[in-house]
Design a protein around this ligand. Structure first.
Ligand code: HSE
Length: 435
C-alpha cells in the first residue's frame, strides 16, 4: 500500500483533532487518495504528553525544524501557531521541497505574500484552508468553485467568539463584559481576548479572503478593524426594535476606484440569512456575477472542524504530488504575475448607510438641530424615530437611519452633533449592510 508520512508540528487541540480524524476515517481517505496517511514524526511543547497521545510509532523531535528535516516526513503540518518559529519551519520546508499544510492565519496574513512567492519559485505548495473560518471550505470555494466569476463582494461572520458574545448579549440581556466572561468559561474566548474582541482575528482572515476574491496581495495593515467592546445593550435592543441584528462582519467590496476592507459591528436585516447565524458559528456570503449570492456556513473553530480543513488540504497535496507545477492551484487564486494593484480605499471613502442613536434632552428644536447638521454634510435621512431610552438616565433616544453616504461625511456631522448642548453622551454610530 502506498503511504504518505506526515510531520506534525504541534499536538494541541487541532493536532489531536487531525490524528483522531485520520484514525477514524483513514479508510475513507485511502479510498479517496489511494494512499494510507500516517503521522511519522512530530514536535510539541510537551513531549511527554504528545508521546502518550501519539504512541511509540511516531518519532518525537524537540526542535520542529528536525521534523521538517526528518527523511521519513513527506508533508509538513504546521499547527503550532505563533509567527517566528512557524515561519522558519515553513521556509525550511520550502527549501526541502516538502509541501506544507498550515492553519496559521496570523502567519499567512503577515507573511503569506513572501512565503507564497518562495513556494512558487520552488514549485512547492502551502495549503491553508484551516486558516480562515475553520472547517468551512471557503478558500477552496473562492479559488476553485468560483473561478468562472468576477467576485463583487464578500461579507462574513468569521470570528465565532464575538458572534457567541453578541448572541449572548442579545438573548440574555447581558453586558459585553458578562457575555465575554461566559465565552471564557465555555472555552470560546481566550484568557486574553483582545485579538477576537477587537476584530483583529477577523481582520487577518479578511485580508486573506480579499486576496483570494480579487487577486490582490494580502494587506492586513490596510484592514479597518473595529471590535465589539463598545457595543451597548441599548444599541442591540434598538437595532432589534427596528428589524435588525448586530453582527461583527468582515466585509470586502470591489469598487471602481479600489477595494473596501473593513471589520466592524454591522446592522443586518433580521430577515437575511446571516442574521440568524448565532453562537460560535461562522458564515461567509459571496456575491459573484455569474452565480449570484452563495452562503457558506459551518463551524469556524474546534478540534475536528479545523482538522476537517487540514486533512482536506493534505488530500489535495497528495493528489497534486505527481502533477506538473502548472496543475497547482495558485496560492492567491490568480496567477502571481497577474495580481491587481488597485488600492485599498481609506475608510473615509467607504460608503454605507448608518444607524445613529443619540441620547438627548427632550425639548423643542433638538431634532431640527440634528437634522440640520446632517443636511449641512449632505447626509440624507431615511427614517428617524424617538424612543424611550433603555438606560436608567434622563433623556430620550433619537434613532436615525441614513441613506448611503461617505464615512467622512457622517464622521464630520457626528462631531458637530456631539457638540450640541442637548446631547448627553457621544452618539452611537453603526454601519448597515442590506446584504
Ligand atoms: N478565535 C477564532 C474565533 C478561532 O473565535 O473564531 C480561530 O481563528
Amino acid at each position: 500500500m502506498k503511504r504518505v508520512r506526515l510531520g506534525l508540528l504541534g499536538v494541541g487541540t487541532v493536532g489531536r483533532g487531525v490524528v483522531d480524524v485520520l484514525n477514524r476515517n483513514g479508510d475513507e481517505i485511502l479510498r479517496r487518495t489511494g494512499y494510507e496517511v500516517i503521522v511519522s514524526a512530530a514536535s510539541a511543547r510537551n513531549l511527554e504528553n504528545a508521546s502518550q497521545f501519539l504512541g511509540p510509532a511516531v518519532k518525537l523531535h524537540k526542535d520542529p525544524l528536525d521534523v521538517v528535516k526528518d527523511e521519513n516526513v513527506d508533508i509538513v503540518i504546521e499547527l503550532m501557531g505563533g509567527i517566528t518559529t512557524a515561519r522558519a519551519v515553513i521556509e525550511e520546508a520550502i527549501s526541502a521541497k516538502k509541501p506544507v499544510v498550515t492553519a496559521n492565519k496570523a502567519l499567512i496574513a503577515e507573511y503569506g505574500n513572501d512565503l507564497f512567492s518562495r513556494a512558487n519559485a520552488a514549485g512547492s505548495i502551502i495549503a491553508y484552508e484551516a486558516a480562515v473560518a475553520g472547517g468551512i471550505p471557503i478558500i477552496k470555494s473562492l479559488r476553485e468553485g468560483l473561478t468562472a466569476n468576477r467576485i463583487e463582494s464578500v461579507a462574513g461572520i468569521v470570528n465565532g467568539t464575538t458572534n457567541f458574545i453578541l448572541s449572548e448579549m442579545r438573548d440574555k440581556g447581558l453586558s459585553f463584559e458578562e457575555a465575554l466572561a461566559d465565552a471564557q468559561r465555555l472555552g470560546y474566548a481566550e484568557a486574553d481576548p483582545t485579538s477576537d474582541v477587537e476584530g483583529l482575528d477577523a481582520g487577518q482572515k479578511l485580508a486573506i479572503i480579499a486576496s483570494l476574491a480579487f487577486g490582490i496581495r494580502i494587506q492586513p495593515e490596510r484592514v479597518h478593524c473595529e471590535g465589539i467592546t463598545n457595543l451597548t445593550e441599548s444599541d442591540l435592543r434598538a437595532a432589534e426594535d427596528f428589524g435588525y441584528q448586530v453582527k461583527l462582519l468582515a466585509i470586502t467590496k470591489k469598487r471602481s476606484n479600489g477595494f473596501e476592507l473593513r471589520v466592524h459591528p454591522t446592522l443586518v436585516p433580521a430577515k437575511c440569512v446571516i442574521a440568524s447565524v448565532d453562537g460560535p458559528m461562522n458564515a461567509v456570503l459571496v456575491n459573484s456575477d455569474a452565480l449570484g449570492q452563495t452562503l457558506y456556513y459551518g463551524a469556524g473553530a474546534g478540534a475536528e472542524p479545523t482538522a476537517s480543513a487540514v486533512i482536506a488540504d493534505i488530500v489535495d497535496v497528495i493528489r497534486l504530488s505527481n502533477a506538473d507545477k502548472q496543475a497547482h492551484v495558485p496560492h492567491f487564486a490568480f496567477q502571481p504575475d497577474n495580481l491587481s494593484d488597485h488600492p485599498i480605499l481609506d475608510m473615509g471613502e467607504v460608503e454605507s448607510s448608518y444607524y445613529l442613536r443619540a441620547l438627548v434632552r427632550d425639548e423643542p428644536g433638538v431634532l431640527s438641530d440634528i437634522s440640520g447638521i446632517l443636511a449641512d454634510y449632505e447626509v440624507s435621512i431615511e427614517a428617524m424615530r424617538q424612543r424611550e431610552s433603555d438606560a436608567d438616565t434622563e433623556g430620550v433616544d433619537i434613532v436615525i437611519f441614513t441613506h448611503k453616504t461617505k464615512e467622512s461625511s457622517i464622521n464630520a456631522a457626528l462631531a458637530k452633533i456631539t457638540e450640541l448642548d442637548a446631547i448627553y453622551e457621544t452618539p452611537s454610530r453603526l454601519r448597515i449592510e442590506l446584504l
